[in-house]
Design a protein around this ligand. Structure first.
Ligand SMILES: *[C@@H]1O[C@H](CO)[C@@H](O)[C@H](O)[C@H]1NC(C)=O
Ligand SMILES: *[C@@H]1O[C@H](CO)[C@@H](O)[C@H](O)[C@H]1NC(C)=O
Ligand SMILES: *[C@@H]1O[C@H](CO)[C@@H](O)[C@H](O)[C@H]1NC(C)=O
Length: 509
C-alpha cells in the first residue's frame, strides 16, 4: 500500500481506536519478546535526509539567481560568522547534483528533503519574471530523484529571502505574505505535478527570533517587537498558501502541505510549581507561538502569550500590545491549515522561572518568563547549544500529541554536529538514542509519527557558525576543488536503518 503511495504517507489522522490498538499491540509484542534485547522496528514508516538551499548549493551569483539576505549578510557582516565564511560556494550542490543523488541512492533512503531558493526561481522576489535556469536546476534534481524512486519533500522557504523584499522590511511587512503566495503558486505550477509533500516554512521560531530579534540574517536584533511582526506575517502567509493549494491545486495534484516547526524540549529545572509553570509557558512561547494558531482547536496565539505580552507591553508604556492581533477571519483561515506537522528536534533545556522585574527594553527573552540552561554532564556535541538528551525527544512528541490531538508528524530534522573526521561513533550514538526515544513515542505512547529525517546528508554552511560545525553523514572537503564527499561511519548506520526500518541490534563496523 505504501509502495504506491506517492506521498510521505500523511493522509488523514489516524483514529483514536487505531491508536489504542497500536499501543496494545506494541505492549503485547514487548511482553512476548521477554527480557532479552528486542529488535526495534518501524512499520509504515519512511527514512530520509535533509539539506537546505543556501547551506549546500553555492552558485550564489550565477545562472540568473538573485541575491538573498544570507548572501548580503555574509558579505557585509563577516564578523557575525564564526569563521568569516560565506555560502558563495558551500558544498557546490548546484553543480554536483548528480553526486548528491548518488549519495542518496547509496544510503537507500525513501525521501530527500531539500529547499528551493526563492531568489533562484524569482531573482527579484516578484513572480513576474521566472528564472528558467532555476526551474531547470530543480527539475533536474526531481528527475534524478524520480529515476531512483526517492520521494521529494520540498521546503519553500529555508531562510533565504530575496534581498529585494528585505528592502521592503522583509517578514515584518505584512505585504510579503502576498508575494510569498505568488512564489508558492509558481512552485505548485512548475513542480506540483511531481512534489506531493510540501513544507511552507522551515523553523519560523528560529528565523523570526534569530533574524529579527537576534544575529541571524538580516540581523536587526529588535527582539520583542520585530520578531512578533515576522511571525505574524509568516503565519498569515502559511495559511494563505494552504488555502490557495486547496482552491487551485489539491484536486489535481493530491499532495500534502505542512510547515516545519522547531521545538527544543523545555524541562522544568526542579519540580517546584513555579518552575513547572515556567517550563509550560516556555513551550507555549516556542512551539505554541506557531503551532497553536494552526493545530489547536481554538486557533490564534496561545492565550498565555496574549496575556503576558499585552501586560508587559502596557507596563513598558507601549500604546498597544507588541504582539499583533489576527482578525477573526484570519484566525479561521490559519486554524487547521496543515495536513501534517514537520517537526525539528535536536536538544533539551532546563527552565526556571525568571523573577526579574519588567525591564524598560522589550525582549522575547523576558516575555517568555523563564531562564534556560543545560546540565554540564549531558553529553556534548560540536555545537554549544546541542547537548545529547534523547528522553527530551519523547517528551516533546508527547506534548504535541496531547496539546494538538495527535496530528500526523514527519520528523523533518534531527541530528548532531561533530568535529571533522569520518569515525563518527558519537553521531551513531546520537541517532540510536533518539531513534529509540522515537520508537517509544510511537509504539508505547501512540504518537502519530510517519517519517524521520536525519540532518544532514552532507556537511554544510551552518549559518553564523560557518563551516565549523559538521552535521553530515558525508564529510565535505571544502578545500578540494570538487568539494569531495567522503562517507562517514554514520552513513552506513543510516543506510542499514533505512533499508531494514529497524535499529541494528549491535553495531560494529
Ligand atoms: C560571483 O561571485 C564570486 C565570488 O563568490 C566572484 O568572484 C565573481 O566575480 C562573481 N561573478 C559574477 C558574474 O558576478
Ligand atoms: C567545534 O569544532 C571546531 C573545530 O573543528 C572548534 O573550533 C570549535 O571550538 C568546536 N566547538 C565546540 C562547541 O565544541
Ligand atoms: C574533479 O572532478 C573532475 C570532473 O568530474 C575530474 O576530472 C577531476 O579529476 C576531479 N578532481 C579531483 C581533484 O578529484
Amino acid at each position: 500500500m505504501y509502495a504506491v503511495d506517492q506521498r510521505v504517507s500523511v493522509s488523514g489522522y489516524r483514529s483514536k481506536m487505531q491508536d489504542r490498538l497500536f499501543v496494545l499491540l506494541a505492549l503485547v509484542l514487548q511482553i512476548g519478546a521477554g527480557a532479552e534485547e528486542r529488535e526495534l522496528c518501524f512499520q509504515n514508516f519512511k527514512f530520509g535526509v535533509a539539506t537546505a538551499a543556501y547551506q549546500v548549493e553555492g552558485a550564489w551569483n550565477v545562472s540568473g539567481k538573485g541575491e538573498s539576505i544570507w548572501d548580503r549578510y555574509t558579505h557585509e557582516r563577516p564578523d557575525r560568522i564564526f569563521d568569516h565564511q560565506t555560502g558563495d560556494v558551500a558544498a557546490d550542490s548546484y553543480h554536483l547534483v548528480e553526486e548528491d543523488v548518488r549519495l542518496l541512492v547509496d544510503l537507500g533512503v525513501q525521501f530527500y528533503r531539500f529547499s528551493i531558493s526563492w531568489p533562484r526561481i524569482l531573482p527579484s522576489g516578484f513572480s513576474n519574471k521566472i528564472n528558467p535556469d532555476g526551474v531547470r536546476y530543480y527539475n533536474k534534481l526531481l528527475d534524478l530523484l524520480n529515476q531512483h524512486n526517492i520521494l521529494p519533500v520540498v521546503t519553500m522557504y529555508h531562510w533565504d529571502l530575496p534581498q529585494t523584499l528585505q528592502q521592503l522590511g522583509g517578514w515584518t511587512n505584512p505585504l510579503i505574505a502576498d508575494h510569498f503566495v505568488s512564489y508558492a503558486r509558481v512552485l505548485f505550477e512548475n513542480f506540483g505535478p511531481r512534489v506531493k509533500t510540501w513544507l511552507t516554512f522551515n523553523e519560523p521560531l528560529s528565523f523570526c527570533q534569530g533574524g529579527y530579534g537576534g544575529i541571524e540574517a538580516p540581523g536587526f536584533g529588535a527582539s520583542g517587537t520585530d520578531d512578533y511582526l515576522c511571525a505574524h506575517t509568516v503565519l498569515r502567509a502559511h495559511g494563505m498558501v494552504f488555502r490557495m493549494y486547496d482552491r487551485e491545486f489539491r484536486k489535481k495534484q493530491q499532495g500534502n502541505v505542512g510547515i516545519t516547526l522547531d521545538f527544543s524540549w523545555p524541562e522544568p529545572l526542579t519540580t517546584s510549581k513555579n518552575n513547572q509553570i515556567a517550563a509550560e509557558i516556555f513551550r507555549q512561547f516556542s512551539l505554541g507561538w506557531f503551532a497553536h494558531p494552526i493545530f489547536s482547536e481554538t486557533g490564534d496565539y496561545p492565550p498565555i502569550m496574549r496575556k503576558r505580552i499585552d501586560y508587559i507591553s502596557k507596563h513598558q508604556h507601549f500604546p498597544r500590545s507588541r504582539l499583533p492581533k489576527f482578525t477573526p477571519q484570519e484566525v479561521e483561515m490559519i486554524k487547521g491549515s496543515a495536513d501534517f506537522l514537520g517537526f525539528n528536534h535536536y536538544t533539551t533545556y532546563l527552565v526556571e522561572k525568571n523573577y526579574q522585574p519588567i525591564p524598560a527594553q522589550p525582549s522575547f527573552d523576558y516575555d517568555i518568563g523563564g531562564i534556560k540552561t543545560q546540565k554540564d554532564d549531558w553529553p556534548k556535541s560540536n555545537s554549544t547549544w546541542l547537548k545529547v538528551v534523547p528522553w527530551g525527544f519523547r517528551k516533546a512528541l508527547n506534548w504535541v500529541r496531547k496539546a494538538y490531538n495527535n496530528p500526523p508528524i514527519i520528523v523533518t530534522e534531527n541530528g548532531v554536529s561533530t568535529r571533522p573526521g569520518t569515525q563518527d561513533l558519537r553521531r551513531i550514538n546520537y541517532i540510536e538514542g533518539y531513534l529509540k526515544a522515537l520508537h517509544s513515542a510511537i509504539y508505547v505512547d501512540g504518537c502519530d509519527v510517519r517519517g524521520y529525517t536525519y540532518w544532514s546528508l552532507i556537511d554544510n554552511f551552518e549559518w553564523t557558525r560557518g563551516f565549523s560545525e559538521r552535521f553530515g553523514l558525508y564529510e565535505v572537503d571544502y578545500a578540494s576543488p570538487n568539494k569531495t564527499r567522503t562517507k562517514r561511519l554514520s552513513a552506513a548506520y543510516i543506510a542499514k536503518v533505512a533499508k531494514t526500518r529497524c535499529l541494528p541490534q549491535s553495531w560494529t563496523t
